[in-house]
Design a binder for this molecule. Structure first.
Ligand SMILES: [Zn+2]
Ligand SMILES: [Zn+2]
Length: 365
């Protein structure tokens, strides 16, 4: 039971514009491609907006309140529970899509002895998959093409996912004539009801496979090792998630494939420390360089550059190399390189150095 108003953080009386604004803000905030994104939350927000953002669906949702349940595993996101839902008052009884009712009222279908048919959607979407992608510091910094290998249910290449042996097209179901649904008239306490339910003959597929493909045994999918090349954008950070749409599990019989979620892990560098889009480094300088100023060579990801140490620089001072940081993910420009200077104190001195320092001490330094 989900409260879509609560999910979008709007009052029940919210206007269409208010709902839209709330949705955009939350979707932006929780987008899985973003740092701190949350896929579950994102899906939930989308689901809520599919209903509240549509006048008709919202009215129906308001009427049935929290009894409305969405079938997230069904035909894509959205309020599929209302597909084909229609109270036509004409004639005797009314027309109800039993599968939808099953979803809306939980066990309601069972009271009347019909299966809800929730597991038998005609176009079942393949499951989403998740895998970890390990990147090194430079790959994440500048982006790369990364090979991702995974074993997953994939559309059978012999029958192209149809499940039928080559040369034998699937035949249209003679019971439901390809719709996957049959209408039955049932006597109930509410009177005669025309009930639309999943066709038993074809299992809701609308088609009968007379000669199953030998490779996939008519399933249309096989479990296969696959390699795909994913373009990793420059600037991606450790812990972020990337969605590759349509690269999840294939769906049986040419339905829509699920999505693949890549959990990004980025290895540490032994010199650069990433802080958001900035890179931080520690650079030792000598006492005389700190006092007199100097020009020193600094390593950056683009190669060495000269950095001016101003006269009288104190230990811990941070000097900034503009635009030498990490490229902004899906944006323009780069962060900076922050150079923290550290004044080295020599552990031992030779005779002459000691003499010079003694003289400085007499000068009050
Ligand atoms: Zn096959
Ligand atoms: Zn059928």
């Amino acid at each position: 039971m989900k409260d879509y108003y609560q999910i979008l953080g709007v009052p029940k009386a919210a206007t269409e514009a208010e709902i839209k604004t709330a949705f955009r803000k939350l979707a932006h905030q929780h987008h899985p491609d973003k740092a701190g994104g949350n896929n579950d939350k994102f899906k939930e927000i989308n689901e809520a907006y599919q209903v509240l953002g549509n006048q008709e669906k919202r009215a129906q949702y308001d009427r049935f309140g929290s009894a409305y349940q969405n079938n997230a595993g069904g035909q894509g996101a959205g309020a599929n529970g209302f597909g084909g839902f229609d109270f036509s008052q004409g004639g005797q009884g009314f027309n109800i899509n039993m599968d939808d009712l099953g979803e809306m009222f939980g066990g309601f279908g069972d009271i009347f002895g019909f299966g809800g048919g929730r597991q038998q959607q005609r176009q079942q979407r393949g499951a989403d998959l998740q895998t970890v992608v390990q990147l090194n510091f430079r790959e994440a910094m500048f982006g790369c093409d990364k090979e991702v290998r995974l074993k997953k249910p994939t559309a059978c290449s012999d029958c192209r996912g149809s499940g039928a042996q080559i040369g034998y097209e699937p035949e249209t179901c003679t019971v439901c004539h390809g719709s996957g649904r049959v209408v039955k008239t049932q006597r109930t306490i509410l009177g005669n009801m025309q009930v639309q339910t999943t066709c038993d003959h074809c299992g809701g597929q609308g088609k009968i496979i007379t000669h199953p493909c030998p490779r996939c045994h008519g399933q249309g999918i096989v479990n296969e090792q696959t390699t795909l090349t994913v373009k990793i954008p420059a600037g991606i950070a450790d812990g972020e998630t990337m969605r590759v749409s349509g690269q999840g599990e294939a769906s049986p019989r040419s339905g829509q494939a699920g999505d693949l979620y890549l959990q990004i892990r980025v290895g540490a560098d032994d010199y650069f420390v990433r802080e958001g889009y900035n890179l931080r480094v520690n650079v030792p300088i000598s006492f005389s360089q700190a006092v007199l100023g100097a020009k020193i060579e600094i390593r950056t990801v683009d190669g060495p550059v000269d950095l001016k140490i101003p006269e009288g620089t104190i230990s811990g001072k941070i000097l900034i190399l503009k635009n030498k940081g990490v490229p902004i993910l899906n944006g323009h420009g780069r962060g900076d390189q922050l150079v923290e200077v550290e004044i080295k104190v020599p552990k031992s001195l030779n005779r002459q150095q000691k003499k010079v320092l003694e003289e400085l001490k007499e000068q009050g330094l």
